[in-house]
Design a binder for this molecule. Structure first.
Ligand code: DQA
Length: 146
């Protein structure tokens, strides 16, 4: 089983980016934790980060026959991107969305979730652990229903 881990804009700045909101773990730290969790679960993980909406859509299209599932943090595109919503719906790759912060207790615009409509579910507010919980939930789903 091969899972794509997709991270959107500004997440490569994690560690130094608003640590009071996003914590001090870097994107590399999160990838390392995911690698360990993936080994425990017996799945493969591929990592992709882009600040560009178009590149994220293109990657999902390119990997449509390669990835069994996706864990995605679309970052700010969550709140605006019909293009990423369409890419997720179009590829039909089972996807779990994650957010480090609890977007629902922040500015009201962040409660507007556009990409989430194309996902199995969303985990928001647990920092690095959001990703690990999402990977577990996704693998569980794929083993049960695919
Ligand atoms: C985020 C939440 C988004 O609202 C924000 O634009 C991000 C990060 C999170 O992981 O908490 O860039 O997706």
């Amino acid at each position: 089983m091969r899972i794509g881990i997709v991270n959107g804009p500004n997440l490569r700045l994690l560690g130094r980016r608003e640590p009071e909101i996003y914590g001090t773990a870097t994107l590399d730290d999160i990838c390392e934790a995911l690698r360990t969790k993936a080994a425990e679960l017996g799945v493969e993980v591929d990592f992709f980060q882009s600040d560009s909406e178009g590149e994220i859509c293109a990657k999902l299209g390119d990997m449509v026959d390669q990835w069994d599932g996706v864990v995605i943090n679309p970052a700010a595109y969550t709140h605006s991107s019909l293009a990423i919503q369409d890419a997720l719906k179009g590829t039909r790759i089972p996807t779990v969305e994650v957010h480090l912060s609890n977007v629902f207790r922040r500015e009201s615009i962040r409660s507007n979730m556009v990409t989430t409509a194309a996902c199995l579910g969303v985990i928001s507010g647990f920092g690095t652990n959001s990703y690990l919980l999402a990977l577990e939930a996704l693998v569980h789903f794929l083993r049960m229903y695919k």
